[in-house]
Design a protein. Structure first.
Length: 184
């Protein structure tokens, strides 16, 4: 896990030698509306949490950019007034295509590392897989002053359950709204 995290940091920060004047670095944060999808999820409710982190935008052409990020993401689900709070360190690797000036569509893979899992203050991290793969799809809008807005949906690809003999398969699903700022 340490090697993967190191690779992610190098990916986010390591492109500084490629036309350094055009690369933008920033931070963002926002709200998550999270749940799980899959088996036996009819009575599962969405939970609201938050996300925050750092990002870099690396222009490839006038219309296309690469945007790696390192994000904290509060996720989880609720059933019968019982909330499962999942905390992830996510590393999305987004491709952005600018439809018009400022407006972009984005998509890309994501790897998430489970930091904590709690059920009403009880640690249940051993019940969940520590790595979560997903795919993101979204829209973004960037102003000339560096302020940016985004809406994104993460489709989980990995079964999050890690309980021996438990054959129910569930995957994360997270709608994210964010506001950010590119510093330079």
């Amino acid at each position: 896990m340490k090697k993967i995290l190191l690779i992610a940091v190098v990916t986010v920060l390591g492109f500084a030698n490629v036309t350094a004047q055009e690369i933008k670095f920033g931070a963002k944060g926002g709200l998550n509306f999270a749940t799980i999808n899959g088996d036996n999820t009819e009575d599962i409710d969405m939970v609201t949490s938050f996300n925050f982190g750092v990002l870099s935008e690396i222009p490839i052409s006038d219309k296309f950019s690469f945007q790696p990020e390192i994000m904290y993401s509060g996720q989880g689900y609720s059933f019968n007034d019982n909330t499962i709070a999942l905390s992830y360190l996510n590393v999305p690797l987004m491709g952005k295509y600018y439809v018009t000036k400022g407006l972009s569509v984005e998509a890309g893979p994501q790897i998430g590392f489970l930091l904590a899992a709690k059920n009403e203050k009880i640690d249940v991290k051993d019940s969940f897989n520590t790595v979560d793969f997903g795919v993101n799809f979204g829209l973004g809008y960037k102003l000339d002053n560096g302020v940016n807005f985004g809406v994104r949906y993460n489709v989980g690809l990995t079964d999050i359950n890690n309980v021996e003999g438990y054959f129910v398969k569930n995957k994360n699903g997270v709608l994210q709204l964010s506001v950010g700022y590119f510093f330079f």
